[in-house]
Design a protein around this ligand. Structure first.
Ligand code: ZN
Length: 184
């Protein structure tokens, strides 16, 4: 895809919305009241709002490699705080996906600079979930989602401001397009 197509695609997007509702963007600019705070993987194939066809204004999203809830991540802490305190989101979702490259890198023990520290954190999560790097990749993907839910429960921002906010894990199946809610 060329950068020109970004602009062309945007024109199609605008036309479609304006055809349905000429005041769409006037309403959009008034503000946001999203129902969900979503922690998802950065993978280009798993955009949370695209895979669930949710309109703009529905999800406040934080993305990183392998949808990690890292207590040292200032960006996550700020997004979580804003979502809970200012946006009053109703539900927090950890969304992982099958075939996750970040989880695969943790399984294989990636040692590249700028990746290895992040990957190490993912790998430590396997142990907390009583899993071994030898386990099947998608079992580790599920364990990784469950581990992030546990880490969210322990996150100081969640503990202080999110206690009554529902927390759920979802698995996006790349092979079929299905979004599955995980038992946690
Ligand atoms: Zn991924």
């Amino acid at each position: 895809m060329s950068p020109d197509q970004l602009v062309k695609g945007n024109e199609t997007f605008m036309d479609k919305l304006l055809k349905e509702d000429p005041a769409y963007f006037d309403k959009l600019k008034e503000g946001q009241a999203p129902d969900f705070f979503v922690v998802a993987c950065s993978d280009s194939r798993v955009s949370p709002s695209v895979i669930s066809e949710t309109p703009l204004g529905t999800m406040f999203v934080h993305r990183n490699i392998a949808n990690q809830v890292n207590v040292n991540d200032e960006s996550l802490a700020a997004s979580l705080y804003y979502a809970l305190v200012h946006l009053n989101v109703k539900k927090i979702i950890i969304q992982g996906h099958t075939g996750c490259g970040g989880v695969a890198a943790a399984k294989d023990g990636n040692e590249e600079p700028f990746l290895k520290d992040w990957i190490k954190g993912i790998r430590q999560g396997f142990q907390s979930q009583n899993r071994s790097p030898q386990d099947e990749l998608n079992e580790l993907v599920k364990a990784n989602i469950r581990e992030q839910i546990e880490k969210m429960k322990q996150h100081p921002v969640y503990k202080k401001y999110g206690k009554d906010t529902e927390l759920a894990g979802y698995l996006f199946h790349l092979e079929t397009g299905k979004l599955e809610e995980l038992n946690t």
